[in-house]
Design a binder for this molecule. Sequence first.
Ligand code: BMA
Length: 813
Amino acid sequence: MKRNITLAGTWCLSSDSSRNISCDIGIPGDIHSALLLANEIPDPYVSKNESQVQWVAQTPWQIKRSFFISESELNQAALELWLESLDTIATVSINQQVIYQASNQFQRHIINIKPVVTLGENEIEILFHPVADIAAERAEKLPFPVPWAVGNNQVPHMNTVRKAQCHAGWDWGICLLVAGLYEKPLIKPIDNISLRYVENTQVFTEDSCQLSINVEYFAYREDTHTFILQLGEQQVEKTVTVNEGLHTIKFDVVITDPQRWWPAGYGEQPLYDLTVTVANQIIQQQIGLRELELITEPDEIGSSMLFRVNGRNIVCKGANWIPADAMPSKATVEKVDQLLSDAVAANMNMLRVWGGGIYESDTFYQLCDQKGLLVWQDLMFACAQYPSTPEFIADVEGELNHQLKRLQHHSCIALWCGDNEVIGSIGWYPESRENRQKYTVNYDRLNRALDHKVEQLDPSRRFWPSSPCNGELDFGDAWHDDNKGDMHFWDVWHSGKSFSAYREVNPRFCSEFGYQSFPSISTVKTYAEESQWNITSPVMEWHQRNNGGNSKIIEMFTRLFRFPQGFENFLYLSQVQQALAIKTASEYWRSTKPVCMGILYWQLNDVWPVASWSSIEYTGQWKQLHYHAKRFFAPNLVTFVPKGKLLNVMLISDLDSDTKYHGELVKYNFAGDVIETVELDVVSPKDQSVVIHSLPNEEDNQHFWHVKLTEASNHQIVLENDYINVPWKACELEQAKVEWCVSEMDNGFILTLTADYPAFFVQLSSALPGKFSDNSLTLLPNQPKEIFFQSEQALSRAEIVASLSCTHLRDTY
Ligand code: BMA
């Protein structure tokens, strides 16, 4: 069996003569990361260094290395060079002979290099052309101007290049216009058959799953081959004789009593091993068996929008995913794995892979399969108009041929969505606004082509034209129409409405809404020197990409809070504010169940250290929002929902059985005295949202309500929440003293927190890397709380104690 020749490893990177740079580059990897490692550029993430490195993307670069071809390899029918995630406009040469021109980051390039290699040492060279120039040339040639993502992109016309759109900057993103090769390049010696893709469709009967498995392969000459397919315990063999060319072979396998795959929180994620072998070729997958439907049925409100998995209506809870790092070399498997685990830890079951980034790596989707994270998969178009010329559409079709076939077998993928905000953006740009019909037709030409590709290549899933979208061929305002389809609700952040506006809409599926905050001081320290520790300093403003973003945060402070003193309190309070915004929306929309069946906030992660809507900072640290998400996305939730003159206490369940709780609803004053107590013995009916108590909703700056419920059969499960119906600034909070004692456990530390007065948004921090089980919580006098802290390093109790600090709301002024 001939082994694949890997070309991963160290290559030589060199610039053209304008710079005369030559250094090593690790492939897979990007040019900026290599230059950083070789000390040729300053760290683009630090200070305002981004402006110092813009020349990198304006320079042509070449990467090269040698490889060895043996006699037996040379005797093969073909030597296939596989290049994936080649970013982007690149000329590939072997032994100084140009063999290929690539221009789409999302296509997979397979080139038979047998005719150009020789026995022994050979050389491969890839030349990367500056993308901005090519984009401008392409824009010139378009039949009419096609507006690009002005306001997000810092380099024009990226909409003409099939490359991650956020590489040119975004309203949370650095502009590096990175280039490189981000997947392992391989040479595959092929005796005759080259395996390409394995896809499956699943049909369920009462006690079985019938799989029809399609294997796509290329044959270099006419011959007879035996394919072996192994699925779980079953093995099937098929022998076929085919001519030269591209072929498919189909296998039918029945699995009786299938173990079904479920989204996280709804069941387990059993995966079956699937292997296809022929000659020296093998494809291995792990597949989940599940039925998944997108239900969009007319109802008394408009039209439903929900995912049904294995017959159960799922409440999708999660966030939007952007690429794991602006420098692709830094988007390691460990980093992606950690972010996805953090999503699951916050009780999420869906992520939306946003259309301005990339079709993620195989590992990303494998991890989502394993962890039960459904994926709302956008196709890679965002916030701009796109050409609909035959060449552009053909290029995109080539990209989808690969991406749909590559990803089809992942049980995590819930649907294919045409783009991010492309329909809506027709109204953003003067050209398209003034000529709406023309641009709508232009939009639909490309969108139609995407739709047809999905229909042809993956009929097992629905195509959803755009996010947000009111439905097929509905070009209405999905930012404001909450009756049907998915919604992007931005009236609070982008339009400055108050948080109560979240309770004035009833989305069917909110796939975007967000509120910004600053990262914590530990993250700020990675990019700003102490002299810059001021919100309006040049470096802090540099690390804010949304026009007016910092002012929005500050202005909302003035509505809700007493003005914070000092830089660190400023950072902290911005995270309180963000958590409050997203909590208000998420809890209310969950309470409207089954009206709202999807809540994905904007955004999970950051590509560099920056002020943004993320709940996880670039360094991996959880913002306060992420701890709140863990609570407000939990399968059972208790919350307060004001409704007219009433304040309803509501209990929400996404579980498939009733749960009993007992506890109390208590009215406190800010000294912590109990004013009123209501005993609660309640049942949370399965899969429902119910009112368990109603109170008069009075403006009151003297008191707050606190509810605490303990599950009858499992005292570990405690639901808590609190409520005031005036802004925090109106309340006279006591200067609570929060103390903690630390005790050592086998694999971490227990921190027991106490307070003498009620303390809100109590946030523990450690100067050492580690994770808290909970944070940003309410502490009441005589009600200690335990938090678990686990550090990545082996640390003594004394070191932990010394590393800890604590802030709460009253500490900020
Ligand atoms: C959304 C996204 C992104 C953007 C975010 C914040 O609508 O689709 O384009 O980063 O808003 O403005």
